[in-house]
Design a protein around this ligand. Structure first.
Ligand code: SF4
Length: 98
């Protein structure tokens, strides 16, 4: 299911990474033609769309690490830093720190 959330990175993000300034203007997905692909998860038919988003992150995006930490620490849904929320949840269960 495609999320009804607003597009990623087209607006100022309200959350911050503690102690870090992230230059979201450098994000490769800033002008993505289909921002919904960053808001879906890797379930069922959405896997292909999610894979497309992750491929853009792995181009690599110059702020990939910061983006991952942002999604991880703020427990966000969708693709952040080349990972899905499912992958980040698994990392949390295994006690991995960002
Ligand atoms: S790592 Fe991926 S989701 Fe994060 S800013 Fe870059 S392209 Fe966008």
């Amino acid at each position: 299911m495609i999320s009804q959330k607003p597009p990623v990175l087209k607006t100022v993000r309200p959350l911050k990474i503690p102690g870090r300034d992230v230059d979201w203007q450098r994000a490769l997905c800033k002008n993505a033609d289909n921002p919904d692909r960053f808001h879906v998860d890797d379930y069922g038919d959405m896997k292909r769309i999610t894979d497309e988003a992750i491929a853009m992150c792995n181009t690599p995006c110059p702020i990939k690490n910061e983006c991952f930490i942002y999604g991880y620490e703020n427990r966000l849904d969708g693709v952040w830093g080349g990972t899905t929320s499912r992958q980040r949840n698994q990392m949390r269960k295994k006690g991995m720190a960002a």
